[in-house]
Design a protein around this ligand. Structure first.
Ligand SMILES: [Fe+2]
Ligand SMILES: [Fe+2]
Length: 177
């Protein structure tokens, strides 16, 4: 398990441990299909919505002392970087795993692992920017929706990292020369 995922799993109720054991029982093709449908596609769909809400909250509450100034732009950069990451997995790494598993995949896997570490750091920043996903008491429903959605993104992305780093990738590392 990665350092960041381990750190997050210390929180009560984090589902990564049990879910990881379930994922371990899936064949590689089914596991990849699940990662793309449940995580890549879901996260790609969620980002434009959460960015729009962040822009609205920043505009509506610009004078509030807890206003998350810059959150929408931060989320836009994270979305762009994640989209590139998902594309590299879906267009290159995953097809190689399914159709050319005899190739040495250590280099692309190492690159994807390094990107996961960067994303974990960015999720730590997201948690800090949103006061650990806690909106102010009288911030209103839109602000709560924004932080609840950010929490969902954090959870989905940390699970995505855990399943790839600790379940999928090791299947192609142990046999590499
Ligand atoms: Fe992925
Ligand atoms: Fe990934």
């Amino acid at each position: 398990m990665t350092h960041q995922a381990r750190q997050h799993s210390d929180e009560p109720g984090w589902p990564g441990q049990d879910a990881g054991r379930l994922m371990s029982g899936l064949a590689t093709e089914a596991l990849i299909d699940h990662l793309v449908a449940r995580y890549h596609n879901a996260v790609r769909t969620l980002f434009p919505k959460v960015i729009a809400i962040a822009r609205a909250v920043e505009r509506l509450h610009s004078d509030h002392p807890d206003c998350p100034h810059g959150l929408a732009n931060f989320l836009q950069v994270l979305s762009d970087e994640l989209s590139d990451h998902f594309d590299k997995e879906q267009d290159d790494l995953f097809p190689s795993m399914l159709h050319s598993p005899q190739h040495n995949l250590r280099f692309p896997i190492d690159r994807r692992r390094a990107e996961h570490e960067d994303f974990s750091d960015q999720l730590d920043t997201l948690r800090r920017l949103t006061n650990a996903f806690t909106a102010p008491d009288h911030g209103g429903g839109e602000w709560r929706l924004l932080y609840d959605t950010c929490r969902q993104l954090d959870n989905d992305l940390r699970l995505h990292i855990h399943f790839e780093d600790d379940v999928l990738f090791p299947r192609f590392e142990t046999a590499a020369p």
